[in-house]
Ligand binder design. Structure first.
Ligand SMILES: [Zn+2]
Length: 81
């Protein structure tokens, strides 16, 4: 089922609606069916960018963790004797 983003042209209320066939959704704020369908799919876009941001954060944390580990080992090696 396709999920579309709409903006109500009557009250400018943005909302998402599942559209089946030729069914026309109505604005949940004012009940108007005068809607603009948005071309972007923020639900998919935000989840994927969020996933990418999370992956980037994890990579950054892992890199920082390795860096700290390495520095600690260097310190221990240089101060062993
Ligand atoms: Zn409306």
């Amino acid at each position: 089922m396709p999920l579309f983003d709409f903006v109500c042209t009557a009250c400018r209320h943005p909302f998402e609606a599942l559209v089946r066939g030729s069914a026309v959704p109505a604005c949940p704020a004012c009940g108007s069916t005068a809607l603009e369908r948005q071309l972007t799919l923020p639900a998919i876009k935000t989840s994927s960018t969020h996933g990418m941001a999370m992956a980037a954060a994890k990579r950054r944390d892992a890199a920082q963790g390795k860096e700290r580990e390495h520095a600690q080992r260097e310190y221990e090696r240089n101060h062993d004797d």
